[in-house]
Design a protein around this ligand. Sequence first.
Ligand SMILES: NC(=O)c1ccc[n+]([C@@H]2O[C@H](COP(=O)([O-])OP(=O)(O)OC[C@H]3O[C@@H](n4cnc5c(N)ncnc54)[C@H](O)[C@@H]3O)[C@@H](O)[C@H]2O)c1
Length: 216
Amino acid sequence: MKILITGGAGFIGSHLAAYFINDNEVFILDNLSTGHRSNVDFIDDAHFIEEDVMHKSFVTELIKQKQFDIVIHLAAVVSVVETINNPINSQSINIDSTLNLLEANRQYNAKLKKFIFASSAAVYGNTDELPKQIETFIDPESPYAIEKYAGEQYAKLYNKLYDLPTTALRFFNVYGPRQDPSSPYSGVLSIMDKNLKTMNPLHFLETVSKLETLST
Ligand SMILES: NC(=O)c1ccc[n+]([C@@H]2O[C@H](COP(=O)([O-])OP(=O)(O)OC[C@H]3O[C@@H](n4cnc5c(N)ncnc54)[C@H](O)[C@@H]3O)[C@@H](O)[C@H]2O)c1
């Protein structure tokens, strides 16, 4: 199958690309803002598209030409803090580009078998209920959370209105190899792991205090 992974040079996307590469034709679209070309050195240049997902006409043309079977949309402003500092910019990446991708597939890609949107546990905010369920009260506490909620609801709506085969997944704290613990946007688990290994109690305490702001 022909698969497009937006944000495929990042942490989660590079693992997905590695998973699919043997039996599928995998394309990656990434502007390398937080991702790295070296994460996906098994993808040749013909299948690596260094481009911004906000480049609407380019993305629409790509969908039209390539007729992907599967589109996995991961490209996003992933930092909660960055969305708080610059919500106008983040909403155009996190919402507008999602809507554009959905629309391009609706209009021009009859071959689409699945569109997957990366949402986040952040949509639940800090509500007490555990474990979180699909029905758990939604209480976004950042532009990031609102943008993820909008993206997943658009995906749902495109299924209802236009029968587009969409799915949204609410990732919690994903962690593992290739997650950059030195990045200020890194998930809290990789930062805790790094600080536990270096046994620096001060850093460890800083990490724990980050728990409240870094739950993407
Ligand atoms: N890692 C987690 O625990 C977690 C939790 C919840 C949701 N998510 C979501 O999963 C997705 C992937 O997250 P990740 O942890 O792999 O992050 P990441 O930063 O490693 O990957 C994001 C990728 O998107 C690319 N990108 C960002 N803006 C772009 C743009 N405008 N155009 C093209 N490419 C762009 C980056 O260069 C990067 O390669 C994101 O949508 C994120 O919000 C992740």
